[in-house]
Design a binder for this molecule. Structure first.
Ligand SMILES: [Zn+2]
Length: 151
């Protein structure tokens, strides 16, 4: 075995050791996190007396997601729903908050430049705006195009 080979072997072993340790650390850590999240979820759901099926998000998880992604709380989202009469602001489709299908749940629409929340949209409208890169002129010309080819 040459000098280089020994070095390579040593590096390999140390990387294996490193990976093993990291895996262990990660495993322990996530297990700890998971338990903590479970506990907090229980607390939160009990406090607000909410019972959801296992396929749905718990209120706690949703609240954490909303806060980290858009900086709003679940309460603010609920107020927005009331203000919008539980309907999409563009196509007026009614939302089904507890639907297991994302299509029927409200989606938080925000401006990608300022990060400001614009409102709650259905999945299709929200994706539509995203596909048009939030561009008013693109959307207007799409509308003109559809109008030109109407039947
Ligand atoms: Zn819509």
């Amino acid at each position: 075995m040459g000098c280089e080979d020994i070095k390579k072997k040593r590096r390999y072993e140390s990387s294996q050791e490193y990976l093993r340790k990291r895996r262990l650390r990660y495993k322990n850590n996530t297990n700890g996190c998971r338990d903590r999240i479970k506990e907090k979820t229980k607390e939160y759901d009990a406090r607000f007396k909410i019972r959801l099926g296992p396929e749905h998000y718990s209120r706690y998880t949703e609240n954490v997601g909303l806060k980290s992604r858009y900086g709003i709380t679940i309460r603010e989202k609920e107020w927005m729903l009331i203000r919008q009469h539980n309907k999409c602001l563009i196509c007026k489709t009614e939302f089904y908050e507890s639907s297991p299908r994302a299509t029927y749940r409200p989606h938080v629409d925000h401006c990608h430049t300022t990060g400001k929340i614009r409102g709650l949209l259905c999945k299709k409208c929200n994706l539509g705006l995203g596909y048009y890169i939030d561009s008013i002129s693109n959307l207007a010309s799409a509308a003109r195009y559809l109008y030109k080819h109407r039947h």
